[in-house]
Write a protein that binds this ligand. Structure first.
Ligand code: FAD
Length: 532
């Protein structure tokens, strides 16, 4: 079972403690911190109020189950679950096993005037699934029992999954048939295919497999107005695409119950590599040229100098890192160097050619290719970083991220502006914030910018939440000011909703509201998220 107040599964109890070197490094930047007192599961369950839900065989009103479906993984969610500070809980959790049962719950919601929150894996980092104050009872509908590969058309390479299927279960069921979806968000272990579609997610290897928009071919959606079946076509010119309406719909228009995705045979070869560039400018030029030349890599990530230095420090292999730094310095990559991680996936011949071409660009821009050892480290730890949040929390440190996507011409200024605004946003309190960024998800036109920040918890939970609010709004305002989208991959939810009009415009917001109203005239589907 998923942890009630953190990341991962309760059984495997995987922790990611901070090494002493890591802790010293963080303290040297933001100062020493202390942990906040936490509530136990029993104490938190005791705070769940009596249910207001009418009885239904598919709805469970048990307090612990309601508590376990109350939060996602945003900082406000994390603080609410650790402190037991939430006051609003779903009144019940529905566990449908078929699309017909989902439709039955929606009919019941209309009959009894209930609010509905669709729930995938609960990994939202923008307040997508947290209930809001409402006079109507709130029912969270989890798709967790709709978790199977339902059909595989090998000729057309289309797989149909129950919308609640988790990342590892998707890959396991496809691997038995020799196929892969290749969609690996960092939250892959705990997020679902329906959630990916509903929040427009992007996987780490989007360069090869594409974002979920490219993988989502059609499916079935249950709405308050009836069932919508979206057929699969390789391409169509038949007017606006209905798939697009539900990509990023965030539970506002209906419940996705079956997802048809485009799959591919498992690649013959895959490996991950690392190179260093002398500075950010060289790294950015090289990566832009690589993607604009169409070299077939499966992933690229360019860490800026602070992220590079932080990762090398936090890697925990001091001797090996020391030797590496000496070698890089000898080759002209010292202070200000940037780390470039990239992947080759495909046939052996294709990977060999992609590596050869990439290395030409690395050399052209003064970079140093160091092979696959750090690439293997990245591959091994690609889904472990979320556990690090536990180690940081125990040291009294909070971590959060902001992400956007911009045209190439705006990227460098945006990175500078975003980082400095976040770093300065707690200066009134005399608090230092550790901020670093990387570029990932590369396109010919631009790339996504992903900024991480670490800060000390405040005196108490309220104070910590206030610190986060300042940091978050500084970051979001900087994104808007620099012409980026408010989200490249995490979606809108509650936390990004105030910034959506800046990119959609008044008429654009009205169009989205119009679609929500068409499917949900009484405003009972996940109110308060995406658009007010
Ligand atoms: C540590 C961490 C790392 C992350 N890394 C990435 C990343 O690399 N890339 C990325 O894109 N995102 C990432 N995320 C964000 C998050 O995992 C994604 O937004 C993911 O797509 C959410 O999927 P989920 O199944 O958990 O959905 P939930 O969090 O359960 O729901 C998200 C939204 O979708 C709606 N929804 C869910 N299922 C359905 C359904 N079947 N029908 C209708 N609406 C539905 C919900 O109502 C809600 O509005 C990360 C999050 C964490 C905590």
């Amino acid at each position: 079972m998923k942890r009630w107040n953190g990341w991962g599964d309760e059984k495997n109890n995987l922790e990611f403690d901070l090494s002493n070197t890591s802790q010293d490094f963080i303290e040297s930047i933001i100062g020493k911190s202390t942990t906040l007192k936490e509530m136990t599961l029993a104490q938190a369950v005791a705070k769940v109020p009596p249910t207001r839900s009418p009885e239904h065989p598919l709805i469970d009103t048990n307090e612990e189950i309601r508590l376990r479906h109350c939060w996602g993984q945003s900082v406000p969610d994390w603080l609410a679950m650790r402190s037991g500070g939430a006051s609003i809980f779903p009144d019940g959790v529905a566990f449908p096993e078929t699309s017909d049962e989902v439709q039955e719950i929606l009919k019941f919601a209309q009959e009894k005037d209930l609010i509905i929150i669709p729930y995938g894996g609960g990994t939202s980092v923008c307040g997508h699934i947290t209930p809001e104050e409402n006079v109507r009872p709130v029912i969270t509908v989890t798709l967790s029992k709709m978790n199977k590969l339902m059909a595989l058309d090998k000729e057309s390479q289309i797989a149909t999954f129950g919308a609640g299927t988790l990342g590892p279960d998707i890959e396991k069921q496809l691997a038995e048939e020799g196929y892969t979806l290749g969609h690996y968000p960092q939250s892959w272990e705990l997020s679902t295919v329906g959630g990916w579609v509903a929040s427009r997610s992007s996987g780490q290897q989007s360069l090869r497999y594409g974002r979920i928009e490219k993988l989502f071919a059609g499916g079935r959606i249950e709405t308050l107005q009836g069932t919508l079946d979206i057929p699969t076509f390789p391409a169509t010119a038949a007017g606006p695409d209905i798939r697009e309406m539900f990509l990023g719909s965030e539970g506002r228009m209906g419940i996705i119950t079956e997802v048809k995705v485009r799959v591919t045979p498992i690649a013959e070869h895959e490996s991950f590599h690392v190179a260093f560039f002398p500075d950010l400018k060289a790294g950015m030029t090289a990566t832009r040229e690589i993607v604009q030349q169409g070299i077939q890599l499966s992933m690229m990530r360019l860490s800026n100098p602070v992220e590079t230095a932080s990762h090398l420090k936090l890697a925990g292999h001091d001797t090996m890192v020391g030797l590496l730094e000496k070698y890089l310095s000898f080759r002209g990559n010292s202070d200000g160097k940037t780390m470039f991680t990239f992947g080759t996936t495909g046939s052996k011949a294709q990977c060999k050619s992609a590596l050869k071409l990439t290395r030409k660009f690395i050399s052209k821009h003064g970079g140093v290719y160091i092979g696959t050892s750090l690439g293997k480290h990245w591959e091994h730890s690609r889904f472990r970083s979320p556990y690090l949040r536990h180690g940081l929390w125990d040291a009294g440190v909070m971590v959060d991220t902001m992400e956007t996507c911009l045209d190439w011409s705006k990227v460098q200024d945006a990175m500078k502006g975003l980082e400095s605004d976040i770093a300065n946003s707690l200066s009134e309190e005399g608090e230092n914030v550790h901020v670093f960024s990387h570029l990932s998800h590369f396109y010919g036109q631009g790339c996504s910018l992903y900024t991480t920040y670490l800060f000390r918890v405040g005196e108490d939970y309220k104070d910590t939440l206030q610190r986060w609010q300042k940091l978050k709004s500084a970051g979001a305002e900087a994104i808007v000011r620099h012409g980026g989208t408010i989200s490249h991959q995490h979606g809108v939810g509650k936390d990004h909703a105030p910034y959506l009009p800046a990119e959609k415009g008044e008429l654009g917001i009205k169009a989205i509201e119009g679609m929500c109203h068409l499917f949900d005239p009484d405003g009972r589907m996940n109110p308060g998220k995406l658009v007010p």
